[in-house]
Structures are given as structure tokens and as C-alpha cells.
Design a binder for this molecule. Structure first.
Ligand code: NAD
Length: 490
């Protein structure tokens, strides 16, 4: 299949089927779902769109494949996962093109994400070779104690549209590396990226049933996962509201859950920081993927002494961002994913404006394009805590700037939300950096680093931002039970 990445209007035939028990399938009833390009509202592809029955068949296949996959060695599993990583790298241009067309992000961001997914497969392939148990000294000399790691079982994965390669890879790679089998569902908006990644898994030699891809509406898929006792764990990335629903539903069969949920990250700038450099980092961190990033900074606390200079620099840099179809050369900001994201963003800005916020740039839909879901990157000042954008997760290209004076006050303000996913601090003062890292309630802290996620480090949230961690060694452990064995000697 030839990708023509140079021409935004070039048509492309992407694969459109699900992958169940080693076979590429259409829906039982032939139903399909249109995949829409948010840049121009055109239909890119019609993908197979299944109901609960296909999810059930996939779960049964995964349960059947589990004993043999679990019994294989971590080294054998690693060979397949590393081959998968290699294939993702080889096909990164094609995967990136599909991602840009279905999700909107610029091609360079999409390719970086595909390569991050490849790194994630490689990381877990290697990490699972070191899934050690422990030998524990006994109190009674006639006993021996040790622990072993046991794969959890069949895992269901559910992921959103904002990172359609990175987020499923954080679940599928560690689950498979640990010896679990999986049934995965992409978001309706972005199935093409995951289909292409499953092609890499299949071509890498994964045995039938070990990883299954079901595309369909969320409810019947979730019902199938919750009903079938073979599914021992559900790994979810998405909103806090849906995460809470899954948490409640998991009670009946005590299914394990990993939850990566919403965030509302503070970015805090101290007066010793280099204003220009921080403004650059803030604009990159904020408008990457149009602000549709769970760890995107979304509340900018800037010290009194530098807020004027910072705001001017941030506005200037925001105005220079190149907005357009992500397939075009040099574009930095694409469209938002769908029309309702525009409505939600506009409502947050209108609420802030009504309550006294000043719009320094942007503030509404972009009129530069005839079609598509375009919003102007927006910077706001005169913001206060009564505005919805300070309490609701914005998930939008909106930068509200607030001032602060004292370290303890800014920690209190930063922590005053139910979220606790990421936080960013810009300072060159080691004492300030240390106090902030210890005081902030967030699972991920970037100090002078606006983009901290990387496969070898743990990723996840405190408070209502989630349960558990992905990536790092913690991300592998999430797919193991610790089994304790006591041996009485005769
Ligand atoms: P969402 O919760 O609406 O949907 C996420 C996924 O769950 C989608 O595939 C959706 O189809 C599915 N889903 C929806 N309702 C469901 C239900 N009742 N049962 C089972 N599945 C269901 O979230 P969204 O708006 O698509 O994505 C944005 C959210 O995801 C934001 O809140 C963002 O912060 C969060 N997110 C978190 C992380 C993280 O790592 N913490 C990463 C990316 C996105």
C-alpha cells in the first residue's frame, strides 16, 4: 500500500477489519462505521463495526489462547513483541498518516507517537525478562517462602482517540509481555491506527487468539467484558466519569482495573526562570495535539514579578503557531477531533469571559477553513477560581494565566482540584524544585520539562486521575498477580 504523505488530499485505502482469533473479520451483520477526517469532515474509511457477540467470541478466543501463551517463556514472548516494535517502526509513516487523517494531529506528532508505541513494545519485551519473584527469609527454619509472578488472565483494553497508538500500546505490550491475552477496543473516532498496529502484531507471528481487536460501540463491548468471568482485568484510559462507572461495575466479579483518567495540570513558573524559554515550553506543552492531552498544562500560575513578560511572550508565540491540515508541511496545530469538542471549548471560554476573563488571543472557532473542526489557540488572563475552565478538565487549546506570589499558596491552589495527574514547575532553584516536587499532588511532575512521558518511567494519576501506573516497571507489574508460596520441609 503506497502512502503519499506529501499530498493532503491524496486518497488512501486503509485496512478496515477487526482481528479475532487470528482472522481479519467484518461484523457479523456487515455493519460499518464511517471514520471522519476532522480537518475536512470527509469520510476516510468505513470500518467493521461489531456488537457484543463479536466481543464475546474474541473473549472466548483470548481465554482459549491464555494457557499456552502464559506457559511460553518471557524470551519467546519478547521475540514477538520486539518484532512488532520493528514492524511499527518500518510502517511508522503509514501509521502516522492514518493517525493524522482520523485524529487531526500534525504528521510529525503522529510519527513521534508511532515511534513511542514501538519503544513501548520494546521496553516491555525486555522488562518482562526481569519479572522476578522474591525469596523471603523464614522465621521457622523448616520452612521456605517465595513469591512468583502469575499473569492476571484475559485483559480487556479500552482507549480514547487522543493518542490512538501510544495509549493502547501501554496496555497491550505489558499485558502480552506478562503472559496475559487481550481483547482491545479503539475509540470510534480513531480505529485505523490500532488496526495498523494489530497488523504489526499479526505479522510478527503472534499466535491466534492472543491479541484480539474488536471495533464497536462502547456499551456492548464493556458489557461483554464485565459479564465474562475469564476477563480478569480491564485497563481503561479515558474520562474520570467513565472510569468511575467501570470501577462500580467491576465490583461484581472483583475484576482488576487500571484507570488512567482525566487531568487538570498546573504549570508553575518561578521568577528565576528564563521567561522566553518557559513561554516557549508552555506553548509547546499546551497546544500539542490541540490541548487534547490528559497531561496537558491547563492552569498557568506565573509569579507576579514576571507575569507581564510571560503573558506577552506566550501570546506572541501562540500567534505564530501554524494551524492547518496536519498532513501539510510545517503545520503545528491541526483541527480538534470533533464538532462537540468545539462546542465544549467555546462554552468554557464564554463562561470565563462572562465572569471577567480577558481574551488575549483566539477565543473562538477559526473562520479560516470552510470545513472541519477548527479552534483558535487561546490565551486568557484575569482568570479566577470561579470559572469553569479552572475546575472542569478543559481538554482544549486554552491557556488561562494566573498570578501568584508565595510558594505555599501556589501549591495549595495547584492541589485544589479532584485531579492529580501531572504538574509542571519551571525554576532553576533546587530548593524550590524539591519543595514543589514533594508538595504537589500529581503522579507525574515535570521540572523544566513540558513533555515527561517516556516508556521506562511510570505514568499515572493521584486522586480522581486514576488507579495504578502504566509504563516503567510498574506498568508491567499491573498485569501480574503476586503468588506467595510457602514450603514446609520434612
Ligand atoms: P471517554 O471516557 O468518553 O472515552 C474513552 C473511551 O471509553 C472511548 O473509547 C469510549 O468509546 C469508551 N467509553 C465511553 N463510555 C464508555 C462506557 N460507558 N463503558 C466503556 N467504555 C466507554 O473519554 P474521551 O472523551 O474519549 O477521552 C478524553 C478523556 O480521556 C479525558 O478525560 C482525558 O484526560 C482522558 N485521558 C487520560 C489519559 C491518561 O493517561 N490519564 C490519557 C488520555 C486521555
Amino acid at each position: 500500500m503506497a502512502a503519499n504523505a506529501s499530498s493532503p488530499s491524496a486518497k488512501q485505502d486503509f485496512p478496515t477489519r477487526m482481528y479475532i482469533d487470528g482472522a481479519w473479520l467484518d461484523a457479523d451483520d456487515g455493519k460499518t462505521l464511517a471514520v471522519i477526517n476532522p480537518a475536512d469532515e470527509s469520510t476516510i474509511a468505513e470500518v467493521a463495526y461489531a456488537g457484543g457477540n463479536e466481543a464475546h467470541v474474541a473473549i472466548v478466543a483470548a481465554a482459549r489462547a491464555f494457557p499456552a501463551w502464559k506457559a511460553s517463556s518471557a524470551y519467546d514472548r519478547a521475540r514477538i513483541l520486539k518484532k512488532t516494535a520493528e514492524l511499527i517502526r518500518e510502517r511508522a509513516d503509514l501509521i502516522a498518516r492514518a493517525m493524522t487523517m482520523e485524529q487531526g494531529k500534525p504528521l510529525l506528532e503522529a510519527k513521534t507517537e508511532a515511534l513511542h508505541a514501538a519503544e513501548t513494545f520494546e521496553w516491555f519485551a525486555e522488562e518482562a525478562k526481569r519479572a522476578y519473584g522474591r525469596i523471603i527469609p523464614p522465621t521457622n527454619v523448616a520452612k521456605r517462602y517465595y513469591t512468583i509472578k502469575h499473569p492476571v488472565g484475559v485483559v480487556g483494553t479500552i482507549t480514547p482517540w487522543n493518542f490512538p497508538a501510544a495509549l493502547p500500546s501501554r496496555k497491550i505490550a505489558p499485558a502480552l509481555a506478562a503472559g496475559c491475552t487481550v481483547v482491545s477496543r479503539p475509540a470510534d473516532q480513531t480505529p485505523l491506527t490500532l488496526i495498523l498496529m494489530f497488523e504489526c502484531l499479526a505479522d510478527a507471528g503472534l499466535p491466534p487468539g492472543v491479541a484480539n481487536l474488536v471495533i464497536g460501540p462502547p456499551k456492548p463491548f464493556a458489557d461483554a467484558l464485565f459479564e465474562h468471568p475469564a476477563v480478569r482485568k480491564i485497563s481503561f484510559t479515558g474520562s474520570t466519569a467513565v472510569g468511575k462507572e467501570l470501577l462500580r461495575r467491576s465490583a461484581d466479579q472483583v475484576k482488576r482495573l487500571s484507570l488512567e483518567l482525566g487531568g487538570h495540570a498546573p504549570l508553575i513558573v518561578f521568577p528565576d526562570a528564563d521567561v522566553q524559554q518557559v513561554a516557549q515550553a508552555a506553548v509547546i506543552g499546551k497546544f500539542r495535539n490541540n490541548g487534547q492531552v490528559c497531561i496537558a498544562p491547563s492552569r498557568f500560575y506565573v509569579h507576579d514579578e514576571i507575569i507581564k513578560d510571560f503573558t506577552e511572550a506566550a501570546v506572541e508565540l501562540t500567534n505564530k503557531l501554524k494551524i492547518g491540515n496536519g498532513l501539510e508541511e510545517g503545520v503545528q496545530v491541526g483541527p480538534m477531533v470533533e464538532s462537540r469538542a468545539l462546542d465544549k471549548t467555546q462554552a468554557l471560554i464564554d463562561d470565563a469571559r462572562d465572569k471577567g476573563a480577558r481574551i488575549r488571543t483566539g477565543g473562538g472557532r477559526s473562520s479560516r477553513f470552510d470545513k472541519g473542526y477548527w479552534f483558535e489557540p487561546t490565551v486568557l488572563t484575569n482568570v479566577d477560581g470561579t470559572m469553569k475552565l479552572m475546575t472542569d478538565e478543559p481538554f482544549a487549546p486554552v491557556m488561562p494565566i494566573l498570578d501568584f506570589d508565595k510558594l505555599d499558596d501556589v501549591i495549595a491552589a495547584a492541589n485544589a482540584t479532584p485531579y492529580g495527574l501531572a504538574a509542571y514547575v519551571f525554576t532553576n532553584d533546587l530548593t524550590v524544585a524539591t519543595r514543589m516536587a514533594e508538595g504537589l499532588e500529581a503522579g507525574i511532575i515535570g521540572i523544566n520539562d513540558p513533555i515527561p512521558a517516556t516508556p521506562q518511567c511510570p505514568f499515572g494519576g493521584m486522586k480522581e486521575s486514576g488507579l495504578g501506573r502504566e509504563l516503567g516497571s510498574e506498568g508491567l507489574d499491573a498485569y501480574f498477580e503476586t503468588k506467595y508460596v510457602a514450603v514446609g520441609l520434612r
